[in-house]
Design a protein. Structure first.
Length: 319
C-alpha cells in the first residue's frame, strides 16, 4: 500500500469522524422538567423552556446546558444521609438572640432556578452562595429577636422575615435563583435543662390557646342561646301585646254598641244586662222571672238548699 493511499484513508476517516460528531451534536431534547440554554462560543442565548426535539450548530460551535425547573431544598444546619440518618451541624446553627441568649436553629429553604444564564455565569458556585446568604439572613433575624419569640409563638414571623431578607440578598447577588419559602425545623437551646423549661413554657402556651378557644366557643354558644331566648320572649310579648290591644278594641266596640242600645231604650237594655249577668254568675241555678204589669221583673231562684227570697230589681212589690 502506497503512502498516498494511506493518507487518503486517514483523511477520509477523519472527515467521517467529524461528520459523525457534527451529526450527533447538532440536536438535543428538552424534557418538561428541564430548561436549556444554548452557548455559542461562550455567549449564552435566551433560555429554552419548551419541551421537545431541538436543533443547533454542531460542537464546538454551540453547546447546550440543561437545568432543572423543579424546586430544590437547601438544608441548613443538618444533612440527611442516603440511609435516612440526620447529621446535625451545631456550629452552623448556633446563634445569639437579641437578648443575649444562645439558640440552635436549623431550617429548609425552597428555591428554584429562574434565570439559567445568571445561574451559570454570574457565580462560580451559586448553591454555596445561597447557603452563605441563608446563614447571614437567619443570623440577622435571630439576632434581632427575643428568645421567647424564637422558641414559642414568634416562629412564623421569623420565617417570613428570613425569607424576605434572603430574597433581597439573592436578588442583589444576581445568581438566577428565586427563594420560594423558608421553614424553620427546630429552634432549641443548647442546655438540656433550659430546653426542658422552655418546652414546658411552650406547652403551657399551647394549653392556654386551647382554653381560650374553648372559652370563646362556649361564649358564642351561650350568647346564641341567650339571643334565642331573648327573641322568643320579645316575640311572645309582642304577640301578647297585640292580643290585648285587639281584645281591648273589641271590648270598647262592644261597650259602644251597648251604650248605643242603652241610649235608645234604657229599661230594656238594663233588664237584658241583668239577665246576662245572672246567667254568668249563677250558671247552675233555675230562675223564674215574673214580669208585672207595671214593668218591674222579679227573679225567684226556687232551686238549691233553700228557697231564696224574691229579688226585686226596681219599683214596688207586686201583690
Amino acid at each position: 500500500m502506497t503512502t498516498k493511499r494511506v493518507l487518503t484513508i486517514i483523511s477520509v476517516s477523519i472527515a467521517g469522524l467529524f461528520l459523525l460528531i457534527a451529526l450527533a451534536t447538532s440536536w438535543y431534547t428538552v424534557d418538561e422538567s428541564e430548561q436549556a440554554i444554548v452557548i455559542t462560543f461562550g455567549d449564552a442565548g435566551d433560555p429554552i423552556t419548551e419541551p421537545g426535539l431541538k436543533f443547533k450548530m454542531p460542537w464546538p460551535v454551540q453547546t447546550v446546558e440543561k437545568l432543572s425547573k423543579e424546586t430544590f431544598s437547601l438544608q441548613f444546619g443538618y444533612q440527611q444521609t442516603a440511609d435516612g440518618e440526620i447529621v446535625s451541624y451545631d456550629d452552623e446553627t448556633k446563634m445569639i438572640t437579641g437578648d443575649d441568649n444562645i439558640v440552635l436553629a436549623d431550617l429548609v429553604v425552597q428555591w428554584r432556578i429562574t434565570n439559567p444564564r445568571d445561574y451559570l455565569f454570574n457565580s462560580e458556585n451559586p448553591r454555596e452562595l445561597l447557603h452563605s446568604a441563608t446563614s447571614a439572613s437567619i443570623r440577622s433575624v435571630i439576632g434581632s429577636s427575643r428568645i421567647d419569640d424564637a422558641l414559642t409563638s414568634g416562629k412564623a414571623e421569623i420565617e417570613a422575615s428570613t425569607r424576605d431578607l434572603l430574597a433581597d440578598l439573592v436578588t442583589k447577588y444576581d445568581i438566577g435563583i428565586s427563594v420560594l419559602s423558608v421553614n424553620l425545623q427546630d429552634v432549641e437551646l443548647p442546655n438540656e435543662e433550659v430546653r426542658q423549661a422552655f418546652t414546658a413554657v411552650r406547652d403551657a402556651e399551647e394549653q392556654k390557646n386551647i382554653k381560650v378557644n374553648q372559652a370563646g366557643r362556649y361564649e358564642n354558644q351561650r350568647l346564641g342561646e341567650a339571643n334565642g331566648e331573648k327573641d322568643a320572649i320579645i316575640s311572645n310579648a309582642t304577640g301578647e301585646k297585640i292580643a290585648r290591644i285587639e281584645q281591648a278594641r273589641g271590648d270598647v266596640a262592644l261597650f259602644n254598641e251597648l251604650y248605643a242600645e242603652y241610649a235608645q231604650n234604657e229599661q230594656i237594655t238594663r233588664d237584658r244586662l241583668i239577665l246576662e249577668t245572672l246567667e254568668a254568675v249563677l250558671p247552675n241555678a233555675q230562675l223564674y222571672i215574673m214580669n208585672g204589669d207595671n214593668g218591674p221583673m222579679t227573679y225567684l231562684p226556687l232551686t238549691g238548699p233553700r228557697a231564696a227570697a224574691p229579688v226585686v230589681t226596681e219599683g214596688t212589690d207586686n201583690e
